[in-house]
Design a protein around this ligand. Structure first.
Ligand SMILES: C[S@@+](CC[C@H](N)C(=O)[O-])C[C@H]1O[C@@H](n2cnc3c(N)ncnc32)[C@H](O)[C@@H]1O
Length: 309
């Protein structure tokens, strides 16, 4: 079997994700994907057990195959990570990894319209049991809702223009494929935006994917609940790929590390707040130039790590 996704910041993840005990440590990989990081961790710690979560059962089949030699040290779980940690009652955890977003597999092999470089049905669901598809979003949302979501989740400056073009196009014919949508976007943006560093459809496609999979709303509760599941000395690493994700990770970590929750006008601290974690990465870790060259998606990756105290 071929694996198309190269794990980002793998060396750095390994440097930070050190279990507090070598005695049968337990890790949850919230976003196993094809299992690049999990494979590295299982190889590094012979007593480690990894619960490998993924909401996409197709990519999970690849991870299962890749991990077949590790026997029951790899336990695949088909679930959204926020659902998994909602009422968590499993073992105390030594390590948690969250490598946000989607895998190269989704662009190249899934056939679900994540990439505008291919002509595929506009679906974009990571979990095929979900109700909402990208086709439903582009064909049924109001022009205003479309513009708002493209602006909010894509940080796209031509969001209004793109939403208008989508609504005009769907008035003539239902928008069904990734190429159709790409053409609509390409044709409606100003000339100088057509040939910039980013393809003009990139941000809209990102926004649709985030909307369809409700990606951002799942992060904060997962970090908080997974932190509570960590044993003292246990560590959590989160890799994000755009500012919307990184902002949530950064602020959630800060909240968990807070030593005082008194109102700002208080002269003395009376709250007795006990921080749950310490932050191990003052600034996010980013990929080296060397990694950027061999693994271009790593360019936008940011790694932040906390330790339970
Ligand atoms: C960036 S890839 C992970 C790559 C992996 N670390 C590796 O080294 O191969 C993210 C994976 O997480 C899954 N995923 C994204 N959001 C998820 C969520 N909320 N719950 C569970 N899995 C999720 C995606 O289906 C995808 O397979």
């Amino acid at each position: 079997m071929e694996y198309v996704h190269m794990p980002v910041l793998a060396k750095e993840v390994k440097e930070y994700l050190i279990p507090p005990t070598e005695e049968n440590p337990v890790m949850v990989d919230c976003t196993t994907g094809e299992g690049g990081h999990t494979h590295m961790m299982l190889n590094s710690y012979p007593n480690l057990t990894v619960y490998g979560l993924d909401c996409d059962e197709h990519i999970q089949e690849k991870a299962k195959y890749r991990m077949k030699n590790f026997g029951d040290r790899f336990i695949p779980v088909h679930t959204w990570f926020d659902d998994y940690f909602k009422d968590y009652s499993g073992p105390e955890l030594d390590l948690v990894l969250i490598d946000l977003g989607i895998s190269i597999y989704h662009y190249e092999e899934s056939n679900r319209g994540f990439s505008f470089k291919k002509d595929e049905k506009l679906d974009m669901r990571l979990n095929e049991k979900s109700d909402l598809t990208a086709q439903m979003v582009v064909n049924s949302y109001s022009q205003e809702d479309l513009a708002n979501l493209i602006y909010k989740y894509g940080e796209e400056r031509y969001s209004r223009r793109i939403a208008k073009a989508i609504c005009e196009a769907r008035g003539l014919k239902k928008i069904e494929s990734s190429n159709e949508l790409e053409t609509i976007i390409f044709n409606c943006v100003p000339q100088n935006y057509k040939h910039g560093r980013l393809h003009p459809a990139t941000r809209t496609f990102q926004a649709l994917r985030i909307e369809v999979n409700n990606e951002l709303d799942r992060i904060e509760s997962t970090i908080i609940n997974a932190t509570k599941a960590l044993k003292v000395g246990g560590r959590m690493a989160v890799i994000s790929f755009h500012s919307l994700e990184d902002r949530i990770v950064k602020w959630t970590f800060k909240e968990l590390a807070k030593t005082c929750t008194c109102p700002p006008e208080a002269i003395y601290c009376t709250c007795d707040t006990k921080p749950l974690v310490k932050i191990l990465t003052k600034k996010p870790i980013v990929a080296t130039e060397e990694e950027n060259k061999v693994n271009p998606p790593s360019r936008s990756a940011k790694l932040r790590v906390i330790e339970r105290i």
